[in-house]
Design a protein around this ligand. Structure first.
Ligand code: NDP
Length: 290
């Protein structure tokens, strides 16, 4: 089987590397040098878009659903019936349905198969996949996704992978913001940040943010750039559209989106790591979390 991977970014590059160890893998990237570097590192093959369309499965991992739709349009003249398009972008349910419909007219089926687990999970082949689409397409894609994922769940019809991912990332944002506020107050009152974190991590307030992100990125002052603040803010916008479409009450999740929009403006860059919101709260309070 031939796989094509489009979008060799922080997530896509290592994931396409795992695929290349198991399958004949074609790679395409907007900045083509990255595709050439990938081919050299993983023995994948850097190709043009006409050749991408020769694959049995086309995988994408791009910033938003807009770029995915743009790529689908560019590939449309070349695509062959029976191809399966698996989108690993954290995207928008409604846009994904439109892209899927356009592809369907060419006989190409589509899954929205969002990823979580971060860059570390992608590098270690321990990503989580939440997929929306038909059971048949999911069954076809699952063995391929096993090359880079430890947990793969079919969550429902088309668009539901994106919806679950958006809610998950809104929870990440809530935890990140809330823990930053709480830690600032504790440090201000003379508590050692490491001891506070140690206790929280053995108590009911713990989360991935407290157990991993805070210790590794904030307390070390490293803030390594693996997941851009702008991408998290994008996910929060998607979450709000999911909430609004459902019409269910969601004052907390809508509020956290506002917080991150403000943070993006205040930090002055969407490119910094999402944990930079802790630094912003430090700036506002004049206290450093240490
Ligand atoms: P990056 O910014 O690292 O990579 C983005 C990729 O998309 C690059 O290959 C880039 O190409 C390509 N790209 C950007 N614009 C276009 C365009 N107009 N046309 C074609 N290609 C384009 O992003 P990530 O890998 O971090 O994220 C990708 C997706 O995965 C996002 O939806 C994100 O929300 C999601 N995600 C990210 C996680 C993370 O921890 N980073 C975790 C889970 C999900 P070029 O090299 O030319 O810039």
């Amino acid at each position: 089987m031939k796989i094509a991977f489009i979008g060799l970014g922080a997530m896509g590059y290592p994931i396409a590397g795992h695929l290349a160890k198991k399958y004949e893998t074609l790679v395409w990237n907007r900045t083509f040098e990255k595709a050439l570097a990938h081919a050299k590192e993983f023995a994948s093959k850097a190709v043009d878009l006409a050749e991408v369309a020769q694959a049995d499965m086309v995988l994408t991992c791009l910033p938003t659903s807009l770029e995915v739709d743009e790529m689908a349009r560019r590939l449309l003249p070349y695509l062959r019936p029976g191809t399966l398009w698996v989108d690993h972008t954290s995207g928008e349910p409604e846009m994904a349905k439109k892209t899927a419909q356009m592809l369907q007219e060419k006989g190409v089926s589509y899954l929205d198969a969002c990823l979580s687990g971060g860059v570390a999970g992608a590098i270690q082949a321990r990503a989580t996949v939440m997929a929306g689409g038909s059971a048949e397409d999911f069954a076809r894609a699952r063995p391929v996704m096993e090359a880079f994922a430890a947990k793969i769940v079919h969550v429902g019809p088309l668009g539901s992978g994106h919806a679950v991912k958006a809610v998950n990332n809104a929870l990440l944002a809530v935890n990140l913001w809330a823990l930053s506020e709480g830690m600032l107050a504790l440090v201000q009152q003379g508590v050692d940040a490491r001891l506070a974190l140690e206790v929280i991590n053995a108590s009911s307030g713990r989360s991935n943010v407290s157990e991993n992100l805070f210790g590794q990125r904030v307390l070390t002052r490293q803030f390594p750039n693996t997941f851009a603040l702008g991408l998290l803010a994008k996910d929060l916008g998607i979450c709000v559209s999911v909430l609004e479409a459902a019409g269910t009450p969601a004052p907390m999740l809508k509020q956290v989106r506002e917080f991150f929009e403000i943070a993006k403006r205040e930090v002055g860059s969407a490119e910094v790591d999402h944990t930079a919101v802790a630094k912003l709260l430090e700036r506002w309070s004049g206290v450093e979390i240490k």
